[in-house]
Write a protein that binds this ligand. Structure first.
Ligand code: ADP
Ligand code: MG
Length: 227
């Protein structure tokens, strides 16, 4: 059965002007990501992985082409609607956890749900469930500074999916971890993706992890190509 296309880039250009020179990052980039798929984005530093993730996450606008989230063309939407899609349908994970330091792991995961309108009780239940799922149920009351790097990233992943998004975008989520911890964190992420059916695009330099994903793409001459 063909699964639903969650993210689609069609003929996307992105360039940065720098004085007289223009730095072209994406040129005619096409890409499709379907529900339930985990795709690795592997490319050298400076080639545009973060740019691509920011475009897909509606944090930046393409200079040409179209970005569709769940079939909806997002280019000309009002900012309000783009923000609503970003909050409701898209989860982000970065290389550094960006958790709020003065809140517990549980509270960090509750935050997006409370912003999304869930009751405190509902948010708390789901946050606890997600922590269990990430195998850190016993760490809920700890603040980020009291957690290991791998635990912090697992909380960040749980937070990213707290609102049950359709799309998970991760920018080198294990880039700051040792290989063993990276593998363990990826296990948890993979289980979560498989169980929830969300679509994930994960930038990584880790070829072991990339080989465990469903497909691998890179950026070449401004295009997104499978390898
Ligand atoms: P990656 O994540 O693969 O390391 P990036 O997407 O961060 O690559 O950056 C791609 C290229 O675009 C780099 O050469 C970077 O310097 C440049 N770049 C990124 N953002 C900007 C910006 N806001 N203004 C100018 N150049 C930028
Ligand atoms: Mg980057």
């Amino acid at each position: 059965m063909a699964r639903k296309t969650v993210l689609k880039l069609s003929g996307v250009d992105r360039y940065y002007g720098q004085g007289d020179t223009v730095l072209s990052i994406l040129k005619g980039a096409d890409f499709e990501l379907r529900a339930g798929e985990i795709v690795a984005l592997v490319a050298p530093s400076g080639t545009g992985k973060s740019t691509l993730l920011h475009l897909a996450g509606l944090l930046e606008h393409p200079d040409a082409g179209e970005i569709f989230i769940n079939g909806e063309s997002c280019g000309n939407l009002p900012d309000e609607r783009r923000t609503a899609i970003r909050r409701g349908d898209i989860g982000f994970v970065y290389q550094f956890h960006h958790l709020l330091p003065e809140f517990s792991a549980l509270e960090n995961i509750m935050m997006p749900q409370l912003i999304g309108g869930l009751s405190k009780k509902e948010a708390q239940e789901r946050a606890a469930q997600l922590l269990d799922y990430m195998r850190i149920g016993h760490r809920g009351t700890h603040r980020p500074s009291e957690l290991s790097g791998g635990e912090q990233q697992r909380v960040a992943i749980a937070r990213a999916v707290a609102n049950a998004p359709l799309l998970l975008l991760a920018d080198e989520p294990t880039g700051n971890l040792d290989p063993e911890t990276a593998s363990y964190v990826f296990d948890a992420l993979e289980a979560l993706v498989r169980q929830s059916g969300l679509a994930a695009l994960i930038a990584t330099h880790n070829h072991d992890l990339a080989s465990r994903m469903d497909r691998r793409v890179t950026i070449e001459g401004g295009r997104i190509v499978e390898f």
